[in-house]
Design a protein around this ligand. Structure first.
Ligand code: ZN
Length: 114
């Protein structure tokens, strides 16, 4: 993920919010703003390890949703073409939204108990 990408992504998101009812889901809001339980953000804020439990050094949203093997099973019924796309485009695609919220919910409940 290039520097500055996150900022423009968030800006794109809030622009979208004004003209749609996309906003409002807690999990999806976390995903779009890159806040919350994700490793990269926690490292910046708290100096914690930013790695993913699968061994990947940087736990980004893109890694979790598109690449992480921990969530491979959840991705089984996703169209393969999604994995070729840019995540900043995918997040505005409602079938992707549904699938990614599924992963995020599981991720967050696993973080809360561990
Ligand atoms: Zn991972």
């Amino acid at each position: 993920m290039a520097n500055g990408f996150k900022g423009s992504w968030t800006k794109k998101f809030f622009k979208e919010v004004k003209s749609s009812r996309l906003y409002g889901d807690f999990y999806y809001n976390q995903e779009l703003t890159s806040h919350g339980v994700f490793g990269v953000h926690q490292k910046r804020l708290f100096g914690k390890e930013g790695g993913c439990p699968c061994g990947e050094q940087l736990e980004t949203i893109e890694h979790i949703l598109l690449k992480c093997k921990i969530w491979g099973k959840e991705r089984d019924d996703w169209p393969k073409s999604w994995l070729q796309k840019d995540i900043s485009d995918l997040v505005f695609y409602s079938p992707f939204k549904k699938g990614s919220i599924d992963i995020l919910k599981k991720l967050m409940s696993s973080r809360l108990i561990s």
